[in-house]
Design a protein around this ligand. Structure first.
Ligand code: ADP
Ligand code: MG
Length: 242
């Protein structure tokens, strides 16, 4: 399968802080790729750079072989969404005062045809039955796990080709994290959706992905099939607590 996303030697600076240092990586079509790393490693910055939320100081990013970001050229965040990349940001960022249904409608802001929106919402409710049960409720009344499912469903309402997930397991109980990852794997298989996720929960991320990258201090320090990283001595010591 082809390369969907190509990150070529990118650096990102926040003032005097270099948060990403010549990072290169790629995501192949149909894969679930994970990037693991400690708090502050630069994971969120990498996802933000893909959707055009932070400018590059060096390097370039290509999607489906087309340049979406470089030092001189930047496609707008809206345009990146239109091309089929959706980001579920860290901390979920749901609209707490809106109902579940209204949140899903927001996710389809690029879709004009009401019939398409209705069809996608139906699919989301089939996929996440708990959201159907809660569709008229204000989002703030949902549990953390339900809010994360809603944030994912909202992103899927735009029918993306590439789904970016920023720490989907953050702050959730282990069983709920497992359930979320099970859903992500299912969406990947059933809809042939390519997934790129970043996680501090290394074990969960590596168990549920095909390819893995390890980031430390803005550098990619390891890259291998996830099953190999799970038994890698350095990864075991630093990230798996064994
Ligand atoms: N808006 C910002 N302004 C200044 N520094 C930032 C900003 N966002 C992140 N950083 C710094 O960049 C580094 C990487 O942060 P981040 O990408 O959020 O890491 P992670 O998601 O892996 O926890 C950290 O040192 C962080 O303090
Ligand atoms: Mg982060």
């Amino acid at each position: 399968m082809g390369e969907l996303l190509t990150i070529d030697n990118i650096s990102v600076d926040y003032g005097a802080i270099r948060a990403l240092k010549s990072v290169s990586m790629h995501v192949n079509e149909g894969d679930i790729v994970c990037l693991i790393g400690a708090n502050g490693a630069g994971k969120s910055t990498l996802l933000k750079s893909i959707v055009g939320l932070v400018p590059l100081s060096e390097g370039e990013i290509k999607y489906k072989g087309e340049l979406i970001s470089s030092v001189k050229h930047k496609v707008s965040t809206d345009n990146i969404a239109k091309r089929g990349i959706a980001l579920v940001p860290e901390g979920r960022r749901v609209f707490a005062d809106m109902t579940v249904e209204e949140n899903l409608d927001m996710g389809a802001f690029l879709v004009k045809d009401p019939a398409v929106i209705a069809k996608r919402k139906k699919e989301m409710y089939e996929f996440f039955p708990i959201l159907e049960a809660r569709k008229k409720q204000k989002t703030r009344s949902l549990s953390g796990g339900e809010q994360q499912m809603m944030a994912i469903a909202r992103a899927l309402m735009s029918a993306p080709t590439l789904l970016l997930l920023d720490e989907p397991g953050l702050g959730l109980a282990p069983l709920i994290v497992q359930e979320i990852f099970r859903k992500i794997t299912l969406i990947n298989k059933e809809n042939n959706l390519t997934v790129f996720l970043v996680e501090q929960n290394a074990r969960m991320a590596l168990k549920n992905s095909t390819e893995g990258y390890v980031m430390e201090n803005g550098n990619i320090v390891l890259e291998a099939p996830s099953k190999d990283l799970l038994v890698n001595e350095k990864v075991k010591r630093a990230y798996l607590g064994s």
